[in-house]
Design a protein around this ligand. Structure first.
Ligand code: NI
Length: 168
């Protein structure tokens, strides 16, 4: 297992649209293990492969307090079930230190493959529903800051660029 480097906004590689996984094999399962290790180490509740510069449609999530409810979504597809919206404070391992309210559909259905390549469906609620939508956005090159006003987004961008420059 390995802890992978997480790309940070405004890194342009975060804008890559990920490709579907063709075969769920041992190398994909190794990647998933590394993604969980990276996410738990951060710590975070969700991680998309895009964030570790691997542009395949893979998401891992664990919103439990004890890091014991891992969920894997390969090639996830989301259907919005009704027009109920909900505000939630979102953060992102690729936008460290910033939390902002984002409005998203509350009721969604997710179809995906698990780490054995088996299809499954889930109607997540609460934080899991927020998280899967946030992570699926990553696979499409989208970040939660894209939902904010451009003034807020630019402010976050400048602060992170300053931090990245200091770290060089
Ligand atoms: Ni994120």
């Amino acid at each position: 297992m390995a802890i992978l480097t997480i790309l940070e906004f405004p890194d342009p590689r975060l804008r890559t649209v990920a490709k579907p996984v063709q075969v769920v094999d041992g190398s994909i399962r190794r990647l998933i293990k590394d993604m969980f290790e990276t996410m738990y180490d951060a710590p975070g509740v969700g991680l998309a492969a895009t964030q570790v510069n691997i542009h395949q449609r893979i998401v891992v999530i664990d919103v439990s307090d004890d890091q014991n409810q891992p969920l894997v979504f390969i090639n996830p597809e989301i259907a919005v079930l009704d027009d109920t919206l909900r505000d939630h404070d979102e953060g992102c391992l690729s936008v460290p230190g910033f939390y902002e309210q984002v409005e998203r559909p509350e009721h969604v259905r997710v179809k995906a493959l698990n780490e054995h390549g088996e299809a499954f469906e889930l109607e997540p609620d609460g934080l899991t529903a927020v998280c899967i939508q946030h992570e699926l956005d990553h696979l499409n090159g989208k970040l939660f800051v894209d939902y904010l006003s451009s003034i807020k987004r630019q402010r976050i961008r400048r602060k992170l660029e300053k931090i990245h420059k200091q770290a060089l």
